[in-house]
Write a protein that binds this ligand. Structure first.
Ligand code: NAD
Length: 336
């Protein structure tokens, strides 16, 4: 049996079922900050959905979870439209998928002189706008087009300057980055949650999201949130940099928090070395990472590669296998 579009009924039903389960998981993860399925299970469902859609392109609609970012916003915060859309990242789950991504890039734009490798921080994306060098707005990614106005809470993040240092900043600069809780902060926040008789957060990402989306900025101020820059959206006026690494160095000069762990490398072998290094030294950084992000460094090439509806084609996330140890560690501590 097939549907009116000629898709086998069984595949259409499975598509419906998976979409509903992923929508529900998105709501619990992004809106409630309380996931009920593991990331591995979520990724498995998403992969199955992508593979169904690859076999039956008629199933792809703008509503499909494969085409969207985050979850529809349900919030008590004011909502703000992003100056430029915030996207997600495509994943490479195997060496073959990483190679396939590199081959697609090279086919499209020729040999790439520089890949920027950086850590994939387990936090939540934020867009922080500076106008004439002053912090005026902080907005969560939300569904990518519209986010929640968390400006007052963002102002409590010590790593973010209220005024940019130096000179030459654009009239409007929308800094993009990851808000996170360092490992120590995560344990601390969860211990307080448990003491107050509340459920501990499942992972640092949910703890950071829950902390940033507090109604009372005084509560957020007590959560040791930090932030690292991983891009920018709007850049109006001033001289635009020519590469991702160039932008990072300029933003570092303005006092913005830029990681010193990123590296620009010449090709896929060096990308693999970076991935292997942090696979073995995953706990070196003071914050949790769930992978490595590889970006084509030159903006002219990024523009040529463009984006799909939910992710840039010029970047790929390599995910390390999940480590579900944090709540166990906390249980031991709390039990003492
Ligand atoms: P993602 O976490 O796979 O990758 C995109 C995000 O990575 C960006 O939006 C940005 O916030 C972040 N990031 C961190 N470091 C970065 C860097 N250096 N450069 C660029 N971006 C960086 O994508 P997502 O759309 O936020 O979430 C999807 C993932 O979230 C899933 O793969 C799954 O692991 C998890 N998830 C889990 C559930 C669940 O119920 N367990 C539900 C929804 C999502």
């Amino acid at each position: 049996m097939t549907t009116s579009e000629g898709v086998p009924t069984e595949a259409a039903q499975r598509h419906l079922e998976l979409s509903a389960r992923i929508d529900e998981a998105n709501y619990r993860y992004y809106v409630l900050d309380q996931p009920t399925v593991t990331d591995a299970e979520y990724d498995r469902m998403m992969r199955e959905l992508q593979s169904l859609e690859a076999d039956h392109p008629e199933l792809v609609t703008p509503k499909s979870p494969t085409q969207r970012v985050g979850a529809p916003i349900t919030t008590d915060f004011a909502t703000v439209e992003h100056l430029e859309r915030m996207q997600s990242l495509d994943n490479a789950m195997s060496a073959d998928e990483l190679l396939a991504w590199d081959e697609r890039v090279v086919k499209e734009v020729g040999e790439v002189a520089g890949y920027l490798c950086e850590l994939k921080i387990d936090g939540l994306a934020i867009a922080v706008t500076y106008e004439k060098g002053r912090l005026v707005r902080g907005v969560t990614r939300g569904d990518g087009r519209t986010g929640e106005d968390v400006t007052n809470n963002v102002r409590t993040i010590g790593a973010l300057p209220d005024r940019l240092a130096g000179e030459g900043w654009p009239d409007v600069l929308e800094v993009r980055g990851e808000v996170f809780l360092p490992v120590e902060g995560f344990d601390q926040v969860n211990a307080v949650q448990v003491e107050a008789g509340k459920e501990p957060f499942a992972n640092p990402r949910n703890a950071a999201a829950g902390s940033l989306r507090q109604k009372d900025p005084r509560v957020t101020a007590h959560r040791p949130l930090s932030m690292l820059v991983h891009g920018f959206g709007a850049w109006e006026g001033g001289t635009r940099p020519e590469s991702q690494s160039g932008a990072y160095e300029i933003m570092r000069g303005w006092g913005l928090p830029v990681s010193d762990r990123y590296k620009v490398v010449g090709g896929l072998d060096a990308v693999r070395e970076y991935i292997d290094f942090y696979g073995e030294n995953r706990h070196d950084p003071a914050y949790e990472i769930d992978g490595v992000v590889v970006k084509v460094d030159q903006f002219s090439l990024q523009r040529r590669l463009g984006s799909t509806s939910r992710a840039p084609r010029w970047a790929i996330a390599w995910k390390y296998p999940p480590e579900e140890v944090n709540t166990q560690l906390l249980d031991i501590k709390v039990g003492v």
